[in-house]
Design a protein around this ligand. Structure first.
Ligand SMILES: [Zn+2]
Length: 453
């Protein structure tokens, strides 16, 4: 792959507020950003003068932003969209999601993951944390390897036969053995783009032994843990009835807290639990579209941030939002912060940071989330003139238009590791990744038949 030189862009680095360079430039080589602005122009000139190959992109009129990082998705659920739209979390899982997830096989899981990844990349996402499924997470990793972006995933642990459907439950020993196998097979694969995380689905789906086993293994191997927590009031009440503890206190008691832990949702946390999150450095993945659709509640993001808790953004699975769109999540996060009584509204800068630099930090991706020398060349080019929302009075502050006006239509191109994965001419998503319509239809039919048998 030849070096990539992008010039004449408005570079929005996301290192600190106001770090915005007009007519900026970026040079990447070997997948990394090796120079910016004047130095990038100088070195690109030297490469050209020496007659070496150089890919040039004139980004005049475009904005260059770090690629979005989504800290909670379910790639295996992309084909489950447009199911029942009016159920709260637990019946929605039991009647819609789990029967379809039980029916997944290697082929349908891969079709689902490819479609989800294609949609995510077309929206500018270049890194994500995925909760795989119980049995076919290899298929998720295969799709992720082909996608070109950074994916962290793991098999969903569901080992409590009293709460999990027969089609999904796996014994504690088998579930943890599968996790260990996937870690050995995929962690660090794809030239380091793929990583493994232990993924207990949520407290109610797991035995104490599975949660403790995941916690111990994650610490021993230095990998992430990803789980759902305190999403729904009924779920929180059931955890309390079963363990005698509040949801986050229980997770902490079994070892599931710390900077390597990413908890999805965390809507219903009392003051003591919030203090625990802050003290441990546990990360929260805020999924506003999902929370609103499933009537789960509103995550107290401003309160968390005031306590120093890192809050990031995720789309969650396709059937609960029903799009995998970072712009939808950013806009709704900003909106919801304004309707919580007494909370300070989230500023656009904070929201874009949550969707980029903070997300990368939560996933432990020390070379992503900002535009700086030495970082991986993962970025999006945004066209402020696309669609109807051309900003006319942004006065040098691009964060407001990105959060409040922009949409996926503004994504002109997505790059990961210095390679273009998507440009807006690719109406079907990244070439070769998105399944054909007949593949999608066949997979959906197979799932429907399997989930009713
Ligand atoms: Zn989820």
């Amino acid at each position: 792959m030849s070096p990539l030189f992008v010039e004449n862009a408005l570079v929005i680095a996301m290192t600190r507020e106001g770090d915005v360079v007009a007519d900026g430039a970026l040079l990447s080589d070997g997948g990394k950003i090796v120079a910016l602005h004047g130095e990038a122009r100088k070195r690109a000139g030297e490469i050209a003068a020496a007659g070496r190959p150089l890919e040039r992109v004139d980004a005049a009129g475009l904005w260059l932003l770090p690629g979005f990082v989504q800290t909670h998705v379910h790639l295996c659920q992309t084909l489950f969209r447009n199911g029942p739209d009016d159920l709260p979390l637990l019946p929605w899982l039991e009647r819609h999601v789990w029967p379809l997830e039980s029916a997944l096989d290697e082929e349908t899981t891969e079709v689902s993951a490819r479609l989800g990844l294609a949609e995510l990349i077309a929206g500018g996402t270049t890194a994500l944390l995925d909760m795989g499924t119980v049995r076919h997470t290899d298929a998720v990793f295969r799709a992720a390897e082909a996608s070109g972006i950074r994916v962290t995933s793991g098999n969903a642990l569901m080992d409590d036969a009293s709460t999990c459907p027969p089609g999904l439950v796996a014994s504690t020993v088998a579930a943890l053995a599968e996790a260990d196998r996937l870690l050995a097979r995929w962690h660090g694969a794809g030239a380091g783009r793929l990583r493994f995380a232990y993924c207990p689905r949520f407290a109610l789906s797991c035995t104490d032994a599975a949660l403790r086993g995941a916690a111990e293994r994650a610490r021993a191997h230095g990998v992430l843990v990803h789980t759902h927590a305190a999403e729904n009031a009924d779920e929180v009440a059931r955890v309390k009835a079963r363990t005698g503890l509040s949801n986050l206190t229980y997770l902490d008691a079994v070892g599931l807290s710390g900077p390597h832990v990413v908890l999805a949702h965390v809507i219903h946390a009392d003051g003591a639990e919030q203090a625990l999150l802050a003290a441990r450095g546990t990360n929260v993945a805020h999924c506003p579209s999902s929370n609103v659709k499933l009537a789960s509640g509103i995550c107290p993001v401003a309160e968390y941030r005031a306590r120093g808790i890192r809050v990031t953004l995720g789309a969650d699975g396709a059937p609960c939002n029903d799009r995998l769109d970072p712009f939808a999540e950013m806009r709704l996060a900003a909106q919801l912060s304004r309707v919580r009584p007494g909370a300070a509204p989230l500023r656009a800068w904070d929201v874009v940071k949550m969707a980029t630099a903070e997300g990368a930090a939560a996933l432990g991706l020390t070379d992503a989330g900002t535009i700086e020398e030495g970082r991986r060349a993962d970025f999006v080019l945004l066209d402020p003139g696309a669609g109807f929302a051309r900003p006319t009075s942004w006065r040098g502050d691009p964060y407001g238009p990105i959060v409040w006006s922009f949409d996926r239509i503004h994504v002109a191109a997505t790059y990961a590791g210095g390679r273009k994965l998507f440009s807006r001419g690719d109406v079907a998503g990244p070439p070769g990744l998105r399944p054909r319509p007949d593949e999608i239809d066949a997979a959906v039919e197979k799932l429907r038949a399997g989930s009713h048998s």
